[in-house]
Design a protein around this ligand. Structure first.
Ligand code: MN
Length: 231
């Protein structure tokens, strides 16, 4: 996939998401990965692996699990531009993916086998993650599930990074700004009431008790709500 589908779905004058360079950068020596927690119509975690100048992308409704017995549905979505790996903020309501985006984890990844294209086509991609929250050995396997070819499973392999602890609730904050989703929505002019439903209640309660919370300032005015997408 190239970036046509990504660009077709977005209005770049309205959303602050990146358009992506016309000529993608040459393959970097270290390949990046990011996980973006995205409270859109539904909460999901966007799992993205840098490959061939773009970010291969899967939407994981329940987020990654460190428990090797847990298989998480991962729906393959359109490739995203490399610059998307830096995006945290608010996509205006009414736009594609409208909602709040958090950079939940980032780092580098290493494919087990060098021929990633072959393993993507086969539907069996094994790799290691070197992130702040996610590490160790993982696999993405395509299933013949109800969502057809785009339905994959994200599974942790057994190793020292495996755990039965729920990493999404244990580590709910942004890896770059240390904010909860509700704090990102508040500061960037998003829908705080929608975003807060995706933060763990205990983390929200702790933030509300923190005197620094009352001193937070909005950086952007709340986004204008559109009942319908403009034509
Ligand atoms: Mn998303």
């Amino acid at each position: 996939m190239a970036l046509e589908e990504y660009r077709r779905k977005r209005r770049f004058g309205v959303t602050t998401e990146p358009r992506g360079a016309a000529t993608p950068r040459q393959r970097a020596r270290k390949l990046r990965f990011v996980v973006q927690k995205h409270r859109a119509g539904r909460l999901h975690y966007d799992f993205r692996l840098e490959w061939d100048g773009v970010l291969l992308s899967w939407a994981v409704p329940k987020g990654p699990s460190l428990d090797p017995r847990v298989k998480r549905l991962a729906v393959r979505v359109e490739d995203h531009p490399i610059e998307y790996a830096k995006f945290e903020g608010v996509i205006p309501a009414g736009e594609y993916g409208g909602g709040t985006v958090m950079l939940w984890d980032r780092g580098t990844w290493t494919p087990d086998e060098p021929d990633v294209a072959k393993h993507l086509a086969k539907g069996d991609l094994k790799f290691a993650l070197h992130g702040r929250k996610l590490a160790g050995s993982w696999v993405l396997v395509r299933t013949r599930g109800y969502q057809g070819d785009e339905s994959w499973l994200l599974i942790k392999h057994r190793d020292e990074a495996a755990s039965t602890r729920d990493v999404t609730t244990a580590k709910p904050r942004s890896v770059v700004s240390d904010r909860l989703l509700a704090e990102i929505a508040f500061e960037e002019g998003g829908d705080v009431r929608q975003a807060v439903t995706a933060d763990p209640p205990s983390a929200v309660a702790a933030a509300l008790r923190d005197p620094r919370t009352a001193r937070r300032k909005r950086k952007r005015a709340p986004a204008v709500r559109h009942s319908k997408r403009a034509s």
